[in-house]
Design a protein around this ligand. Structure first.
Ligand code: GAR
Length: 203
């Protein structure tokens, strides 16, 4: 049984889609051992508690990055987490954190990386005038929004869109992409050649 740790900072809809996918066995052989937020007011923490999951708030405000990361990593290890899923966790991980879970940290980003890394990616894409955007689930490495890509979903930008309608349609695809990527990583039948993730023949 795989043990997932979810890190979030806000709404937590990606966390809910992961939890629902585990309950529905769309993600096989996994459980969420702990949900951690750096912000006490994150609604994702309330949703986790409603589901009866262990949910911790480890405030980041005013702490040096690595000191906060050490607290978070210690909680993840205490709960024997073997896959860390960033789900709207609005903090950059220190290189030290990344090294604690080699190729065992995933992130979801609301654009087709490498386009529009960083904050407010949906708005950046809309303002730039792209005709398609989407979302990316990738391994976390020491650079922002940068590690090897696991799953991407494409979302067309429609004539009637504004930043909000586009972000809402991207979010729907995030909720499909993240469970799919987690399942793929947990099954482990892939290799990474350079940056390319390639699924191995299942025969
Ligand atoms: C999601 O759109 C996620 O892709 C984005 O934050 C939102 C969190 O929503 N993450 C980033 O922008 C990370 N760079 P949620 O709390 O409802 O899952």
């Amino acid at each position: 049984m795989h043990s997932l740790g979810i890190l979030l900072s806000g709404r937590g809809s990606n966390f809910v889609s992961i939890a629902d996918s585990i309950d529905a066995r769309r993600i096989a052989d996994a459980r969420i051992s702990v949900v951690i937020s750096n912000r006490a007011e994150a609604t994702g923490i309330a949703s986790a508690r409603e589901r009866g999951l262990t949910a911790l708030v480890i405030p980041s405000k005013g702490k040096p990055r690595e000191a906060h990361d050490r607290e978070v990593v210690s909680a993840l290890k205490q709960h024997q987490v073997d896959l860390v899923c960033l789900a709207g966790y609005m903090r950059l991980l220190s290189p030290w954190f990344v090294q604690q879970f080699p190729r065992r940290i995933l992130n979801i980003h609301p654009s087709l990386l490498p386009a529009f890394p960083g904050l407010e990616a949906q708005e950046q894409a809309f303002v730039y005038g792209v005709k398609v955007s989407g979302c990316t689930v990738h391994f976390v490495d020491e650079e922002l929004d940068h590690g090897a890509i696991i799953v991407q979903k494409v979302v067309p930008v429609l004539d009637g869109d504004d930043e909000r309608t586009l972000a809402a349609r991207i979010l729907e695809q995030e909720h499909v992409a993240y469970p799919e990527a987690i399942n793929l990583v947990l099954r482990g039948n892939f290799e990474i050649l350079g940056r390319r993730l390639q699924v191995k023949n299942e025969k």
